[in-house]
Design a protein around this ligand. Structure first.
Ligand SMILES: [Zn+2]
Length: 158
């Protein structure tokens, strides 16, 4: 690749903004000089920056970072199925609670209402019907699942 004979003049003109009419005209005709003029400012800036700012980090640090990043990526990959399982479990437990409460809402409201002393006096015979045993089994099951999930979540964060 041969250098255009005007290029040194073009670079000098670009550096100290000393453009002549002939040089400007040449830029329109010569792609090489136009490119050289357009990158001149950047090249000058690069040359002015202190080399110490461009010092590369210690290779052992770079190597260590790469190892850490690789291990983190591997850990992420390994824990992905667990994370998905956890999300599914959250959804199941939340859905279970919603279904259970919806299913026995009126019985639940009545039963909780029966806890007030006033109600106890009114229904002195105490024939208020608590929700069915199936409800309590479902509640116990969901409570256990919720507790296990919460524990798992807490332990997984460490
Ligand atoms: Zn040229």
């Amino acid at each position: 690749m041969t250098q255009c004979r005007h290029e040194p003049q073009v670079l000098r003109a670009a550096a100290d903004d000393s453009w002549t009419g002939a040089l400007r005209q040449h830029l329109l005709e010569c792609e090489d000089c136009a490119a050289a003029a357009s990158v001149e400012a950047w090249m000058t800036e690069m040359a002015r920056v202190e080399p110490r700012q461009h010092a590369l980090p210690d290779p052992s640090v770079v190597w260590l970072k790469a190892q850490l990043l690789r291990q983190m990526a591997a850990a992420d990959r390994a824990s992905r199925p667990i994370t998905i399982f956890q999300l599914v479990a959250y959804a199941v437990v939340a859905g279970g609670w919603a279904a259970l409460v919806t299913w026995k809402w009126s019985a639940l409201v009545e039963w909780v209402g029966s806890w007030t002393p006033m109600h106890l006096v009114v229904t002195a015979s105490g024939h208020s019907t608590p929700p069915s045993p199936a409800f309590f089994v479902g509640m116990l099951l969901l409570s256990t699942m919720t507790a296990v999930l919460a524990l798992h979540t807490i332990l997984a964060e460490d």
